[in-house]
Design a protein. Structure first.
Length: 159
C-alpha cells in the first residue's frame, strides 16, 4: 500500500514538474523535467485534435476532482481572480502535462494553486464516432475573494 502511495506521489510530482517545464516552452527544460520527447511529439502533432465544439460528446471533468485552494499568500489583501487554461484531455481521460497553457491568470499564486491540483484531475473522455478521443479544451478556475474570517476553500472550475 505504501509503495502505491509513493508511486502516486512520484507521478503527481513528475506531472507538476512537467507542467512547469512545458510552460517554459524550452525543449531542453522539457526533457530535464518530465516532458519526454514522445510527449512533446504528441503535443506537436495534436494541433489536429478536435476542440470541444467538434466532438459529439466532449470530455467531462469528474465530480470528484480536487478544488484549488485560495493562496494563503493573498489572504492579507484578498482579491478575486481567475485562471483560464487550454489543455489536451487524452483518450484515457487524463491531462497531457505538456499541453497545458495559461490563457489568462490574475496572479501567479492562483496559477500555482491550479497546477497543484491538475495531476489528480480526471475526465470522462470525449467521444467521436463512438470511440474515445483526445481533445483540446479550456477550463476556468474562479477564485472569489474570501470573506474576512471565513475558511479558505477552493471553488470548482467553471467549464
Amino acid at each position: 500500500m505504501s509503495g502505491h502511495r509513493i508511486s502516486l506521489h512520484r507521478a503527481s510530482l513528475l506531472f507538476a514538474v512537467g507542467l512547469i517545464a512545458c510552460h517554459t516552452r524550452s525543449r531542453q527544460a522539457d526533457l530535464e523535467h518530465g516532458c519526454t520527447r514522445g510527449m512533446r511529439a504528441r503535443l506537436d502533432s495534436s494541433a489536429a485534435l478536435p476542440e470541444t465544439a467538434h466532438v459529439r460528446a466532449p470530455a467531462v471533468p469528474a465530480t470528484t476532482n480536487p478544488e484549488p485552494r485560495y493562496p494563503p499568500s493573498l489572504l492579507r489583501a484578498p482579491i478575486a481572480g481567475e485562471v483560464r487554461l487550454r489543455l489536451v484531455v487524452t483518450a484515457a481521460g487524463r491531462i497531457d502535462p505538456c499541453s497545458v497553457s495559461v490563457l489568462q491568470s490574475t496572479s501567479d499564486e492562483f496559477t500555482a494553486a491550479v497546477y497543484r491540483v491538475l495531476p489528480r484531475y480526471e475526465f470522462t473522455p470525449a467521444r467521436l464516432d463512438g470511440r474515445k478521443v483526445a481533445m483540446w479544451m479550456q477550463i476556468s478556475f474562479p477564485f472569489p475573494a474570501p470573506l474576512v474570517g471565513s475558511p479558505v476553500v477552493g471553488t470548482p472550475p467553471r467549464r
